[in-house]
Design a protein around this ligand. Structure first.
Ligand code: COA
Ligand code: AMP
Length: 635
């Protein structure tokens, strides 16, 4: 691969208008845009202002019109239901147009919101694309969230319609969805006019008369709906992600910039050409699922795979190899935790011997820090480049990667390589000065951010500024800390806030603390993320009980675990809490979560100079030992 990176990168930073105007030629515009970058109202930047466009048209109809009608657009592979299905571009366009007709019939129009709370079934992608087709704004909520989390999102997005299913399937467990949905609607102050329910054969949902509509019945009588042109700057979707409180942030994605950036990334980052097979083993509830199961591969005319299963246990640690060989996947994308699960179950990769993986060219990993052991294991066994890349729900696509379609840099384990063209990544120290190579600081990006990144938070411009733009004026704060080495390789080391990453799922410990604090016996609490061999991190709670709390501690802990599962969801994987007499604090009353986490992870720690009572750290150490975390080391 010849080195095109430096030239491409420099152009993207020095001439963003020219760079992105060239990329925009790959999109079909209903009306051309007036401006590439509209910077009239900083810090709010808009891309392709004045343009009219339709995302669904670009993802489906244009390919049907341009000769891909019979090419497979989407493969559904569900080992948990023993189902496989293939949709050509024509099939998928027709199914989407029909469901768009259902939504239109229920009164959904341009700008209205639709919440999608579904498992990994093709109908989830069909519902997303149907919203895009009629200019409605979808908000997908991950199935592993509890009713309370869904209710929060209903109140914020105010959907006219919610699309859901009777159940999801977790390995062999059927997870009924309908009571969660009904519970969320009961809790929410906003009520949708209708719910469309996909009845799956494993579980039949009770319907609420007058409100609930059966998906299969509705499509029988629906009229296909046409694509509705929307402004390039209009929202395509809202995706809620963990913030520093229990109130999630509604990340907004626009239509025009999103398409331009994602389509370009398919070649630049993933080295994928139209017609090839790309697989992101994630969930449509996460940004990876939005960008790389649904939108990017379809915008690029590829075949995408929607996999309803796990890396292990459905049925075994060879599941990924089976899918890759069966559908001739050229590149796949998943989280390192999935590979840690495979490595744990099949350390010598014996299952690989059963499959022909000659089609497979690259493995991409993201969502959490990729530990060098996992990277090496994957490289050794797969014998293809293993590319760690770094991004966030907010950015929508990779900030840093080894840009496989541009230039292949030597991999440095622990680094997601270099800034992708479009992203001006810098490290700032506490005084807001640019850090020296190798010096750890806040990872930030100079404004304006490239197309595809969030223009704002849903109905919360001030929170957008406060969360991302205020601390480092002129820059976007990622919330990650790290450094850049002499060769321009970026290293992402840790979060600077309370976000933890559990099996590639982003969660807020602050949100969990709010739940623990709501227990009647809890006076004070702290939740930290402790290192876990499989999931990367796991939450661990410390609670101080109110005077007079009389229940046995183990009973209270059980209630706390159940409370987090009930309020946030099983995805939080909150399974351990311990009762302590006091929490370590600074003299000004700030809980020393960082020190507690170091003790739990057996890292060296320095006695904080501002600590109120050093003896408490000994108590914390003892409490940790009781719940299986051995003694920390005081440095
Ligand atoms: N609906 C309902 N429940 C769900 C769910 C969903 N969509 N997804 C997960 N859950 C539940 C699980 O059943 C589990 O419940 P349990 O406590 O009753 O066992 C809990 O949430 C935690 O799930 P998970 O984090 O997936 O852990 P796991 O032990 O079931 O599986 C891995 C571990 C590593 C195999 C799994 O996390 C995985 O495949 N991760 C890939 C990461 C990924 O896709 N990340 C997305 C970003 S790329
Ligand atoms: P999410 O918004 O769920 O995609 O989570 C984004 C966060 O996950 C980032 O801010 C990082 O903290 C972490 N993350 C994602 N990818 C990587 C990576 N390749 N290396 C290190 N951390 C990562």
């Amino acid at each position: 691969m010849t080195g095109r990176y430096a030239e491409d990168y420099q152009r993207s930073i020095k001439d963003p208008n020219g760079y992105w105007a060239d990329a925009a030629k790959d999109i079909v515009w209903t009306k051309p845009y007036d401006k590439v970058l509209d910077d009239a109202k900083p810090p709010f930047y808009r891309w392709f202002a004045g343009g009219l466009v339709n995302t669904c048209y670009n993802a489906l109809d244009r390919h049907v019109d341009e000769g891909r009608a019979d090419q497979i657009a989407l493969i559904y592979d569900s080992p948990v239901t023993d189902t496989k299905a293939k949709y050509s571009y024509r099939d998928l366009r027709d199914a989407v147009a029909l469901f768009a007709g259902v939504l239109a019939e229920l009164g959904v129009a341009k700008g209205d919101r639709v919440i999608i709370y579904m498992p990994m079934v093709p109908e989830a992608a069909i519902a997303m694309l149907a919203c895009a087709r009629i200019g409605a704004v979808h908000s997908v909520v991950f199935g592993g969230f509890a009713a309370n989390e869904l209710a929060t999102r209903i109140n914020d997005a105010k959907p006219k319609v919610i699309v859901s299913a009777s159940c999801g399937i977790e390995v062999a467990k059927v997870i009924p969805y309908k009571h969660l949905l009904d519970g969320a609607i009961d809790m929410a102050t906003h009520k949708p006019s209708h719910c469309v329910i996909l009845q799956r054969p494993m579980e039949k949902a009770e319907m609420v008369s007058g409100r609930d509509v059966d998906w299969a019945e509705a499509v029988k009588s629906a009229k296909p709906a046409d694509c509705v042109p929307v402004a390039a700057t209009d929202p395509l979707y809202i995706l809620y992600t963990s913030g520093t409180t229990g109130q999630p942030k509604g990340v907004v994605r626009d239509n025009g910039g999103h398409m331009v950036a994602l389509k370009k990334s398919m070649k630049t980052v993933y080295d994928i050409d139209p017609g090839e097979v790309f697989w992101a083993a994630s969930d449509v509830g996460w940004v990876v699922g939005h960008s790389y199961i649904v939108y990017a591969p379809l915008l690029h005319g590829c075949t995408t795979i929607l996999y309803e299963g796990k890396p292990v246990g459905t049925p075994d640690a060879g599941a990924f190899w089976r899918v890759i060989s069966e559908y001739k996947v050229k590149a796949m994308f998943t989280a390192p935790t999935a590979f840690r699960a495979i490595k744990r179950d099949d350390p010598n990769a014996e299952f690989l011997k059963n499959y022909d993986l000659s089609c497979f060219k690259t493995l991409f990993l993201a969502g959490e820090r990729c530990d060098p052991d996992t990277l090496k294991w994957a490289e050794d066994h797969l014998k293809v480049p293993v590319i760690d890349h770094w991004w966030q729900t907010e950015t929508g696509w990779a900030i840093c990667a080894n840009p496989m379609g541009l230039e292949r840099f030597q991999v440095k384990p622990g680094s997601p390589t270099k800034a992708v063209p479009g992203w001006d990544v810098q490290v700032l120290d506490e005084a807001h000065h640019q850090a020296k190579p190798g010096q750890v600081g806040a990872l930030v990006m100079k404004l304006p951010l490239p197309p595809g990144s969030l223009p704002t938070l849903w109905n919360a411009d001030q929170r957008y500024i406060q969360s991302y733009l205020e601390e480092f004026p002129g820059f976007y704060k990622t919330g990650d800390a790290g450094f850049i080495d002499e060769d321009g390789y970026v290293y992402v080391m840790s979060r600077t806030d309370d976000i933890i990453n559990v099996a590639g799922h982003r969660l807020s410990t602050g949100g969990m603390e709010e739940v623990l604090a709501s227990h009647p016996d809890v006076a004070e609490c702290a939740v930290i993320g402790v290192a876990d061999q499989l999931k990367g991190q796991l939450p661990l709670g410390f609670v101080v009980l109110k005077a007079g709390a009389s229940k046995p501690h183990n009973e209270i802990v059980k209630e706390l675990v159940a409370l987090v599962r009930d309020r946030i969801g099983p995805v939080a994987a909150f399974k351990t809490a311990t009762v302590v007499k006091r929490l370590p604090k600074t003299r000004s009353g700030k809980i020393l979560r960082g020190t507690m986490q170091k003790i739990a992870d057996r890292q060296d720690y320095k006695m904080p100079a501002t600590i109120d009572d050093p003896a408490i750290l000994g108590e914390i150490d003892e409490a940790l030992t009781e719940v299986g975390y051995a003694h920390g080391r005081k440095g």
